[in-house]
Design a protein around this ligand. Structure first.
Ligand code: TRP
Length: 351
């Protein structure tokens, strides 16, 4: 009999650089929605952040600042830190501990296939950190140390989630006898599934509709930061690149018009309705008219979040207390899993 796993959501966001509209619409909005139906654990993955050189993540002050900013964004966007768990990864030792066990379960051949490592390591692979190579195993541990069943992730993380399932399955197989003998039931680890809620929103640069909105783009006009105030949001939307045609009234009309497609997609995601409905409303309109509607919508939805983030950032004591309280509650679950893993593997430990 496979063990019955209760539904539990886990996801992580890296504290590297400023959060923008892409992070919000692509991830955080779904996190907020999932708390209505699931128990959720949302983690600021600081251990993952340091897999790149300090020059990339900005050093200790910047790591701490960014960890608090992501936490503030979670809270400002509407995630309730009492009903759910919000914490930073490095506070719960189980993540790193389970990673070691999983390092001995995962195969080098599996990691060699990870496309994100190839992209992030670039040409000089010999010079990449061992941590960057092991990044996917740490991610598997994040999820499985809570035996989480559902993981909201973007398209780019699906391969890592498949690896997570492979590791869970191999652990369950390698230790099947021990798991059964100790009464943990078959399938000690669940095989977690990706969750895609609503239309997977890929937010593109406001200057080039073929490039993803990114924190590392040189132009600040390419993105809307979650901390931008109303005037800045309005300015960036008005300056966003468009083409000279009016808006089409149906979706096929957006093909080969990446900037138009992106702005309609942003409007749809912020309004919480399908792109088709947005086009039904604005088809035939000029961009100047559409943009002023988009400015109103973006300011209404985003400016309060920016305001709340600003308020929270000025109260680091409160933000830290959320992370410390969350870590204590996360640790209860993680310790239970680690105790079972130690039994299963044969490590002597205090019960
Ligand atoms: N790798 C994820 C990203 O870059 C972040 C992450 C770390 C994560 N651990 C996780 C996401 C566990 C989901 C579950 O987006």
């Amino acid at each position: 009999m496979a063990a019955k796993h209760n539904d539990l959501v886990f996801s992580g966001v890296q504290p590297t650089g400023n959060l923008h509209l892409g992070n919000y619409l692509g991830a955080i909005v779904n996190f907020v929605k999932l708390q209505e139906t699931h128990s959720c654990i949302y983690c600021v993955v600081d251990l993952h952040a340091i897999t790149m050189p300090p020059s990339v993540w900005g050093g200790p002050e910047e790591l701490a600042r960014s960890t608090r900013e992501v936490t503030a964004a979670f809270i400002a966007a509407g995630i309730d830190p009492k009903k759910n768990i919000i914490f930073n990864q490095s506070q719960v030792a189980g993540h790193a501990e389970l990673t070691w066990v999983f390092n001995c379960v995962a195969r080098i051949g599996w990691l060699n296939r990870m496309t994100q490592f190839k992209e992030k390591a670039g040409k000089d692979r010999e010079n990449a950190s061992v941590g960057l190579y092991d990044y996917p195993v740490l991610m598997a541990s994040d999820i499985l140390v809570y035996r989480a069943t559902h993981v909201p992730v973007g398209e780019d993380q699906k391969q890592h989630l498949e690896l997570t399932r492979d590791i869970a399955q191999k652990f369950n197989n390698d230790f099947a006898e021990s798991i059964a003998a100790r009464g943990y039931g078959e399938g000690f680890f669940p095989l977690p599934e990706p969750v895609i809620t609503g239309p997977a929103t890929r937010v593109m640069s406001l200057r080039d509709g073929t490039k993803k909105m990114s924190k590392s783009d040189a132009s600040d006009y390419s993105r809307i930061n979650l901390t931008d105030d109303a005037d800045t949001i309005a300015q960036k939307v008005r300056k966003a690149k468009t083409d000279p045609e009016p808006l089409p009234s149906e979706e096929p009309g957006l093909a080969q018009r990446p900037e138009a497609d992106n702005l309609v997609g942003i409007y749809a995601a912020l309004a919480g309705k399908p792109k088709a409905n947005v086009l039904a409303e604005f088809g035939g309109a000029q961009f100047s008219q559409f943009k002023s509607n988009l400015v109103d919508l973006a300011v209404t939805r985003l400016a309060p979040i920016a305001g709340e983030m600003k308020r929270l950032t000025q109260d680091p004591g409160y933000v830290d207390s959320v992370l410390i309280d969350g870590a204590a509650r996360a640790n209860v679950i993680a310790s239970e899993t680690m105790s079972a893993v130690k039994d299963i593997v044969g490590f002597i430990h205090k019960r």
